[in-house]
Ligand binder design. Structure first.
Ligand code: NSP
Length: 211
């Protein structure tokens, strides 16, 4: 059996990948028992993640080498800017998080770390580096979301955060990202590996930082 480049990177990222996917935050999300204060803090941080993530998607649109890939990234950027952003705004409203709360909450170190790795990947203009970070951000979230036991928790704040990351459209996008990394990553394996491993560490630290 041929090893896929994406699988090799994922294996190299252990044990951090599995520690992130099986994190306390994820287990509590499955049962709808994430404390409201913890959920609010996580979502405030993650809404900032979304901002730099869109920059990274923009860089993917600019650097990818096929029209098909450009269309997929464009469609995904539309979903993130629409449906996903609206989820955050509804969740803030539901949890009583005001604009003032959001403005006065400082970035955690992993939030800053994500902002800088995404800016760094975008600035390399290396499609492989950009794909490495996107594969972690979306692949790792899909990996825990697809394992969520049914029925999903009652609160939309918990349930929709799961469904946003395991819908059929999201699964297809993750499969596309993997195929692109398998195709392009081996041309600059060290760069792809470096960005991939750093992004997995940040995912774990991001969950740790909300407790
Ligand atoms: C930190 C983080 N990593 C990944 C995702 C999935 N887009 C997210 N929302 N936040």
């Amino acid at each position: 059996m041929t090893d896929h480049f994406s699988d090799t990177l994922r294996a190299a990222s252990e044990p951090n990948w599995t520690r992130a996917v099986e994190h306390r935050f994820v287990s509590e999300l499955y049962t709808g028992s994430v404390n409201d204060r913890v959920m609010a803090f996580y979502l405030i941080q993650d809404h900032r993640f979304l901002d730099s993530f869109l920059t990274l998607l923009g860089a993917a649109i600019a650097t990818c080498d096929t029209f098909d890939a450009r269309l997929r990234f464009g469609q995904f950027a539309g979903m993130v800017s629409g449906e996903e952003n609206t989820y955050f705004l509804r969740a803030f409203d539901h949890l009583g998080v005001t604009d003032k709360d959001r403005a006065e909450t400082p970035d955690t170190a992993p939030t800053t770390g994500f902002q800088s790795i995404m800016r760094e990947a975008a600035e390399t203009r290396s499609y492989a580096a950009i794909l490495a970070v996107l594969n972690v951000a979306e692949g790792l979230y899909y990996d825990w979301a697809m394992r969520a036991p049914k029925p999903l928790p009652e609160s939309f704040v918990h349930a929709e955060w799961i469904t946003l990351h395991d819908s059929p459209a999201f699964a297809q996008f993750v499969a596309f990202l993997r195929a692109e990394l398998d195709r392009v990553g081996p041309t600059t394996p060290d760069i792809a590996r470096d960005f991939f491993l750093r992004a997995v560490s940040l995912e774990l630290e991001f969950f740790d930082a909300v407790y």
